[in-house]
Every structure is written in structure tokens, then in C-alpha cells.
Design a protein around this ligand. Structure first.
Ligand code: GLN
Length: 413
């Protein structure tokens, strides 16, 4: 085993695709990609990203309400327009591309999937969403029969060995996984919150790179979980007011691209209890930090937490074998201590049906595995204040755009 420092350039594209507008969605995406490429080409040394990620159902739109509605957009992976698009992006930048799309399997089952194409444009992996959200049940989407999965991604010449005279660049194979939106939540919103199913899977399997294409909803959305008519009327009005104040159409913002290519533009930490957090659908170029805080909470097994020291003896179950519980393992109160991981949360933006508001805020996070950053070694934060996660940057909640970061992290291989 050797320790390596890996250096990766990663780009996340945030889009607002609308159902029934496949061609326009693809055209606008290319417009953004080409503008991004031009910006890179004006820099002194031109370096393209090695990994590019797009959201869940990135080109088709998300909120399909029946089998008939989704049928024209669902296809066998290799015949999907999304595959053509992913191949072209991979070849353009010589990168891996991860992108969500509606999939029909060879045995005619329907899935919410994300494909990975390699730098040659070949299919490297295909993942199907395991935990489904409300709308998926409306078009008879199936759960991934394999559940969460890990897979290897090999990046060429981007790793150097630590503690050795060998200064040459090595290829590195990262253990990777994909989580599609609801995969981050408790199964059907019914499983115990503390199971942290997806995060625990990643921790148990030593995943280095967690890639999440998402269509995550903003709290202003009106969903099947809103039953009270008065509440619905109130929420509709409140959303209308926000759109009016931002002078936005009912589908949100398109074509006003945000480019965030500055490694120094990190995201400011803010406590989930801070009352100054803006939960309105305003300030399109700023991330929704209530969502960012919630996402990080769902990765609690990867965050330092001093309370584990006292929980450990009482809660850790000897029968758990090699499984972790809220980050605790059989031998360590925090299994992830001293390790590094990357978390890519790539969420779409915009609005569908005039009431399903997506929360954008796509971000790049480094899980640094450190317990020593705080003076008193006493970490109690379960949100973006937790110093064992580096907030490398987030896009705004409502604009299409791209965020790119150069990320350095350690792995043992
Ligand atoms: N729980 C997520 C949300 O509330 C699920 C959405 C999805 O899976 N696309 O946004």
C-alpha cells in the first residue's frame, strides 16, 4: 500500500431542462459547454476537467407524471440522445462524463439512471437509482435491483506518491459511487434517519469519489406531501411573489450563465440554526445553504463528531461485523478519521409544472477526515460549520452554469 496525493480538475454543470424541449435543452447545454471551453482556452495553460458531471435527467426534464409522458424520452442506454451527448463531452475534454437520463433496460424495465462515459467516449458504468421519489412511482420506475454500487474510475497521470523520492505522475484508480438525489434520503422517507444508508454504504466500501446527479426540490415547492389547501394557496402565492421580485418566468432562469472557475471562491460556512439563512427563492446566484446543510447532514458518517466517543460503547453493536453505524466501526469510534474523500453534489435548477422548484446550489466538497482542526478537538456541528468538510464552492440556487475546482486529496492504494 502507498499513499498518493491525487490532483483532479472537476466541473459540475447546473442546468434547467424543461420537459418536451429536448432539442432546446441540448442546444442550451452545448452553448454553456462551449462558453466554458472558450474561457479555459483564454487561460495561460489550458487544462480541461478530467471529470464532468451533469444533473439527474439532465437533458429531458424531470417531473414526468405518467408512462405515456415519459415514453418518448426513455431508451436503451446506447441509443439514448444522452449517450451521444455524454460521448461528445468526453471526447471534447478527454474526460469522464456522468449524466442522468431515463433508461429502458434490455428486458423493457424503466429506470432513473446515470451513465458514465470514459475519455474515449465508451460506456464505463451505468447506475440505476435505488431509492425512488414520488414522481418516479407515477411512471412505473423500478428500483435498482443491485442497490447501491461501487465501481472503479482510473484517472491518468494525476497522482504523486507521498513519502518517497518517486516524484513521477501515476495513474490512479478511485473507488467511485453514484447516488441519485433520493438515494441520499432515508428509504421512502420511512427508514430510520440514523441508518444513513447511502453514506454508510460509501464508508463501508472505502469509496473515494461520491458523485450525485440530482433534481432536489427547494422548500418553496408544492408536493404530494402538502395536503392542506390553505397551505397550498399560501405557498403558491409566496412563490409567485419571489418570481415577481426576481422578474423570472414560471419555469425559472435559463441562459443567464454563472461561471465559477475560481479555486479561491469557497463557500462561507453557516449554521443550520442561523436565522439569516435565505430560504426564499430569491438571490439566484447564491446557494441555498439550508439545502447544503441538509446534504452534509446526510453524510454525517463522514463528518467528525466528538459525541461518537461517548456513544461508541453504548451504541456500537458487536454483531455489526464490518459495517459502520453513524460513522462508528468495530475498531474505531470514527472509521473515516485520517482519510479523504470527494463529494460532488450536482443539482439541477429551475421550476417544472409551475410548482416543483429545484434548488440548484451544486457544490464540490472535500471530506478531509481531520479531527485536529479545532483548537479544543471538540466538534459538535452537524452542518456546514463542521470543519472536517471543506466547502470548495457552490453555484447559486437558480442560475444555469458551471463550477470548476482543482481538488487535491489523499488516497491509499
Ligand atoms: N428528497 C429529494 C427532494 O426532496 C428527492 C427528489 C429526487 O429524488 N429527485 O428533493
Amino acid at each position: 500500500m502507498s499513499r498518493y496525493i491525487v490532483d483532479l480538475r472537476i466541473a459540475l454543470f447546473q442546468l434547467n431542462p424543461q420537459i418536451g424541449q429536448l432539442e432546446q435543452n441540448i442546444e442550451r447545454s452545448w452553448n454553456l459547454i462551449n462558453k466554458f471551453k472558450q474561457r479555459l482556452e483564454t487561460q495561460e495553460t489550458v487544462k480541461y476537467p478530467q471529470l464532468v458531471v451533469f444533473p439527474e435527467f439532465a437533458l429531458t426534464g424531470y417531473s414526468f407524471h405518467s408512462q405515456n409522458e415519459i415514453k418518448p424520452y426513455i431508451s436503451i442506454t446506447e441509443r439514448s440522445p444522452t449517450f451521444q451527448f455524454a460521448q461528445d463531452v468526453s471526447k471534447l475534454f478527454n474526460c469522464y462524463t456522468v449524466i442522468g437520463y431515463p433508461e429502458e433496460s434490455m428486458d423493457s424495465k424503466w429506470y432513473n439512471s446515470a451513465m458514465v462515459t470514459d475519455p474515449m467516449g465508451k460506456l464505463a458504468f451505468n447506475y440505476r437509482k435505488s431509492f425512488l421519489y414520488d414522481t418516479e412511482y407515477e411512471w412505473n420506475c423500478q428500483e435498482n435491483p443491485h442497490g447501491f454500487q461501487k465501481f472503479p474510475l482510473t484517472f491518468a497521470k494525476c497522482a504523486t506518491k507521498l513519502d518517497e523520492d518517486d516524484k513521477s505522475l501515476h495513474d490512479i484508480t478511485l473507488t467511485s459511487s453514484i447516488g441519485i438525489c433520493m438515494d441520499l434520503n432515508p428509504y421512502k422517507f420511512e427508514a430510520p434517519f440514523n441508518e444513513f444508508e447511502f453514506a454508510s454504504f460509501n464508508l463501508n466500501n472505502n469509496v473515494d469519489l461520491t458523485i450525485c446527479p440530482m433534481a432536489w426540490l427547494h422548500s418553496k415547492s408544492i408536493t404530494n406531501h402538502d395536503h392542506d389547501d390553505d397551505v397550498i394557496v399560501e405557498k403558491k402565492k409566496s412563490l409567485q411573489d419571489d418570481l415577481k421580485s426576481e422578474t423570472l418566468p414560471s419555469y425559472g432562469s435559463q441562459n443567464e450563465f454563472q461561471f465559477d472557475l475560481d479555486n479561491n471562491n469557497t463557500t462561507k460556512r453557516i449554521s443550520k440554526d442561523d436565522t439569516t439563512i435565505n430560504t426564499n427563492y430569491t438571490e439566484m446566484d447564491k446557494p441555498d445553504m439550508s439545502n447544503v446543510n441538509y446534504w452534509l447532514l446526510r453524510f454525517l458518517p463522514f463528518l467528525n463528531l466528538s459525541a461518537r466517543k461517548s456513544w461508541y460503547k453504548q451504541m456500537y453493536n458487536e454483531d455489526s461485523e464490518n459495517k459502520t453505524y453513524i460513522g462508528m466501526s468495530k475498531h474505531k469510534y470514527w472509521e473515516f478519521e485520517g482519510h479523504n474523500g470527494l463529494l460532488l453534489l450536482n443539482n439541477r435548477c429551475g421550476i417544472e409544472d409551475g410548482k416543483t422548484v429545484f434548488t440548484g446550489s451544486s457544490g464540490i466538497f472535500k471530506l478531509n477526515g481531520s479531527t485536529t482542526r479545532l483548537d479544543n478537538d471538540y466538534e459538535t456541528n452537524i452542518d456546514s460549520m463542521n470543519e472536517s468538510v471543506d466547502l470548495l464552492g457552490n453555484l447559486g440556487k437558480g442560475l444555469e452554469g458551471v463550477i470548476m475546482r482543482d481538488v487535491q486529496f489523499e488516497v491509499e492504494k
